[in-house]
Design a binder for this molecule. Sequence first.
Ligand SMILES: [Zn+2]
Length: 197
Amino acid sequence: MPVYKNIGEFLDFINVSNEKFTLFEWKPEKSFRRFDLDLNIVKENPIRDIFFHRDKGNMKLVYIRKHHLIYTVGASPKVQYQLLEALLEYVDLKFNEMYDVSVILSYGNFSSGIFNGFKEVMENIIKNFADLDLVKRIHVECRVCNIVLPLFVKKSFIENAESYPVPIVYSHQGHAILCFIDKNFQHRGVELVNISG
Ligand SMILES: [Zn+2]
């Protein structure tokens, strides 16, 4: 069963930071793990408005720098990157709906507790993630494995595309397939691609 509806069970943390410190962090109940090293590495990347992925073996990281904030999520390798991107996009939307971040940060010595109210919002996002309609599930065939795979794509990625069909690479157990998705979220072909890097 692909991870989607119960995504909360597969998340290690969600962090909202600025350049200097954490504004808000969600972790599963009873988790005392710290992710400072990962967050320091994330902060070293100055590029804005592009999602970055890191595969740490036992954990996937997805992060993006937007305006003056950096959003990071850590999750089980079972969760597809597109789901985590959709999650962070929605967290960004809700965080900025709730707080005028640039004004708050301009105070200088504000209390970090000011963002505690976001905990309830975050819990609701995680709990209701599958009902937010942020993601589409498409079935594609992996010709290497000869099986049909669920491919999750975030709707924003298709809807904001400049042309169609939109290519997306699905990295599947050491090989990769290139899938073309049209604007109705139908796949229009799948190719095996070579990988380097
Ligand atoms: Zn495969």
